[in-house]
Design a binder for this molecule. Structure first.
Ligand SMILES: C[S@@+](CC[C@H](N)C(=O)[O-])C[C@H]1O[C@@H](n2cnc3c(N)ncnc32)[C@H](O)[C@@H]1O
Length: 468
């Protein structure tokens, strides 16, 4: 099988990375934008020792699970890999991704519950991070997601999974940034100003926090005083040119914008945000309501991108904690202590541990404003915290990043947990690996519940309840 060879194939299965699977002479071929039960003509795009990749050049007989693509750019933009597949079937596929990971990686043959759907499948995404660049000749600023498997930016003017106003805010930035002397970033040459546009929204308030990630360090920037909307001069061009004035201009133009921040990142890195963020206009957070609690989400604090679906997860975890009488709870990888604060009413006491200091600062404000006195916060690495304590918790909630937990974290968690671990995961593969380890230490998996947080993508969120 060679690159550019063409074949007619039936798609036999669907991979956890969002591609159809066909077999040619026993060899696996991953096919972009193909769905189970499609009959398609494909062209091989690259080959490896044990598999090949291909793209569809013609759909000969479409699968019954195909539907109208969610977006005209669905095939070009790499974000919504499942965006041409019926939503109910997407949920079935995601359940299968979790089942496969459990069996293949974890050796776990447990019953997996049906995926709990997202309450919203359009306009659900409340966190947008667009990389920015500029065209060579016309110097137009482009912003959008990367094309599949590339660093080529698709200039996205409309995205159906995010709130509509975000398209307008981002278009405003594209069009007006050059007037303020701001250029788009050139990743290869590490020159240019604006690297990313980050927008953080709230279902509850309908407000948006905008962050411009600049290819600069903070000391090269003269910090303007944050102004209120009322205090703005009548015409933006009477302000000095530059990113501070531009931030004010964005704030001034959109009532929906609660604040505009500048983040400084002059490193050659794929990491989006630099260490320093300043708020130039308005407030440095948006408020989001989850169940009966209001949280403050900042420019550089973690919060789930789909608050409506996240609420289902928080409810599920709270119900699990409710099965215990006034338990003590450790909330590890806490972000802005969302789980800790949600379960504080039904717990004796809670400790939330999070390494990001600004997340802990935001959590402190929420505790103060809600008079919550039984949650302690630690801005610390999880292992360091666990190694520093003697006490045990009834329940530990683990909600690590995609890479999951280290064995050291799991060992320490077992030492310090007496009844249950509730493991919240955004990566079935690392969840399966970590559950395998916990089972090898005598734990029992009681329940595995997937949630659809990232509709139309291959990502799936899962909560596993484990008794220790
Ligand atoms: C998936 S997020 C979960 C946040 C939170 N539980 C929520 O639902 O909003 C993972 C969090 O773990 C934090 N984190 C990553 N590594 C950590 C570590 N070694 N120790 C403590 N926190 C860590 C990240 O900063 C991030 O806020």
């Amino acid at each position: 099988m060679l690159v550019n060879d063409e074949f007619d194939v039936s798609i036999e299965a669907y991979s956890n990375l969002g591609k159809g699977i066909a077999k040619i002479d026993g060899q696996v071929v991953f096919v972009e934008n193909a769905c189970t039960e499609d009959l398609v003509k494909i062209k091989i795009t690259d080959t490896a020792k044990n598999y090949a990749n291909a793209r569809v050049i013609d759909v000969i007989k479409p699968s019954e699970y195909r539907t109208e693509p969610i977006c005209p750019l669905q095939k070009v933009c790499g974000s919504c890999q499942l965006g041409f597949i019926d939503y109910n079937y997407q949920l079935k596929l995601k359940k299968q991704f979790v089942e496969d990971a459990m069996k293949r990686i974890g050796g776990i043959d447990a019953q997996i519950n049906d995926v709990i759907p997202s309450p919203k499948i359009k306009n659900y995404r409340q966190k947008i991070q667009y990389p920015v660049c500029q065209t060579k000749n016309s110097k137009r600023i482009l912003a959008g997601y990367y094309k599949l498997q590339s660093h080529e930016i698709v200039n996205i003017k409309y995205c159906p999974v995010q709130p509509e106003i975000c398209d307008e805010i981002i278009e405003f930035i594209r069009k007006n940034a050059p007037e303020y002397g701001i250029t788009g970033y050139d990743e290869k040459r590490h020159i240019g100003d604006l690297r990313h546009i980050v927008v953080r929204g709230s279902e509850y308030s309908g407000k948006f926090l905008v962050t411009l990630v600049m290819n600069k360090s903070l000391h090269r920037f003269v910090v303007p005083l944050p102004l209120t909307r009322e205090a703005l001069p009548p015409h933006p061009l009477s302000l000095p040119l530059g990113e501070g004035a531009f931030a004010q201009e964005i704030f001034n133009n959109f009532d929906e914008v609660s604040g505009v921040c500048l983040n400084f990142n002059d490193k050659k890195t794929n990491v989006i945000l630099g260490d320093k963020t300043i708020c130039v206009a308005g407030s440095d957070y948006v408020e989001e309501k989850i169940l009966d609690k209001i949280f403050k989400i900042g420019a550089d604090t973690f919060f789930q991108i789909n608050p409506k679906s996240a609420e289902n997860i928080f409810k599920y975890v709270k119900n699990e904690v409710l099965k215990f009488d006034n338990p003590t709870v450790l909330d590890a990888y806490a972000g802005i202590a969302t789980f800790g604060i949600i379960v504080s009413d039904i717990s004796k006491n809670v400790v939330s541990v999070e390494e990001n200091k600004s997340s802990i600062e935001k959590a402190k404000e929420v505790l103060r404003e809600n008079n919550i006195e039984n949650v302690e916060l630690f801005a610390q690495d999880t292992v360091k915290y666990l190694k520093s304590i003697k006490r045990k918790f009834d329940i530990t909630i683990l909600d690590p990043p995609r890479k999951g937990c280290t064995q050291e974290v799991l060992e320490e968690t077992l030492k310090h947990t007496s009844k249950e671990i509730i493991y919240v995961s955004c990566n079935p593969a690392t969840l399966a690996r970590d559950l395998k380890y916990l089972i090898s230490k005598g734990c029992k998996v009681k329940n595995i519940q997937p949630f659809d947080m990232f509709c139309h993508t291959y990502h799936v969120e899962t909560v596993a309840v484990v008794s220790v």
